[in-house]
Ligand binder design. Structure first.
Ligand code: SPD
Length: 282
């Protein structure tokens, strides 16, 4: 008898699809905010999907988490207090906690089920949730930043896509609250969608950030499991220049523990293809 032909598939805007062969489903359920599935695959190991969209996978998560965390953290000269909004799987907190200067990582994830299921089923990623520097708060990040003036050196918005509970995490009003939650010279990074398939979202993220921050740059990374395999991030700074790259003595402390990020990758990530720089200047 032939084995079952099971695939997990993300359909993007009913136009394109990305699929991976599944070897089993470890959890499927619904929280108050979204559907949540953890599926085992041959190609990517365990995959976390929210509302049917690939959020993170055991095998390629290092690319996204290293780039969303280390790019802003090495841009700031001395990051001590870090806020991660979203990021309930723990990968971004895991990377932030690696910085010797970082004393505290507040992780504010609205959906408790994401935290619980990540701890249970994605331990290599979720170890960041239980790091001694990390405090997990299952609360609304939009409210959190409203009441914490000058509390953080770096804010990282590790959100889902701009649908459902995450929509407010892409607004100018929210970015203004994040700016107030940052110290002078603070730095913010946010996942900012596919520059090829989400052109309007990318443009709007940059428009909203530019209304608040004096300096805003896009950077990119190749991420196999996100639509198009190519993803963008936004870096907004109240002072430090992200294009300089990491201080060599700070990066040296990491030895060979990073799998994607290095100083050449940091600088190269800000080099934009013409179609993206034109999109951002339109
Ligand atoms: N289309 C996928 C965008 C997902 C961004 N966030 C992923 C969370 C991983 N910590």
């Amino acid at each position: 008898m032939a084995a079952l032909d099971l695939w997990v598939r993300e359909v993007h805007r009913n136009q394109i699809a990305f699929a991976a062969r599944a070897t089993g489903c470890l959890w499927s359920g619904k929280s108050e905010y979204q559907t949540l599935d953890v599926v085992d695959t041959e190609a990517f190991g365990r995959v976390l999907l929210l509302d049917g969209l690939f959020m993170t996978t055991e095998k390629d998560e290092f690319i996204y988490h290293e780039m969303i965390a280390h790019t802003p953290l090495f841009t700031h000269p001395d990051p001590r207090r870090v806020l991660v909004i979203g990021g309930g799987d723990g990968g971004t907190a895991r990377e932030a906690a690696k910085h010797p200067s970082v004393e505290r990582v507040d992780l504010v994830e609205i959906d408790r089920l994401v935290v619980e299921k990540s701890r249970e089923l994605l331990p290599s990623i979720a170890c960041g949730l239980d790091h001694p520097k990390t405090s997990v708060h299952c609360e609304d990040g939009i409210q959190w930043v409203k009441t914490r003036p000058s509390a953080y050196d770096v804010v990282i918005i590790d959100s889902t896509d701009p649908i459902g509970p995450a929509v407010g995490l892409f607004s100018e009003a929210f970015y203004a609250d994040c700016s107030r939650a940052l110290t002078d010279g603070g730095v913010l990074a946010a996942q900012s969608e596919s520059p090829f398939f989400n052109r309007e979202e990318v443009r709007s993220i940059h428009r909203n950030l530019r209304a608040v921050f004096p300096r805003v740059h896009a950077y990119t990374a190749a991420i196999p499991t996100y639509p198009g395999g190519f993803w963008s991030f936004a870096l907004a700074s109240k002072g430090p220049d992200p294009l300089k790259g990491p201080a060599p003595e700070r990066l040296a402390v990491f030895g060979d523990s990073l799998k994607y990020y290095n100083s050449e990758v940091h600088r190269a990530a800000f080099a934009l293809p013409n179609y993206i720089s034109r999109l951002l200047s339109e």
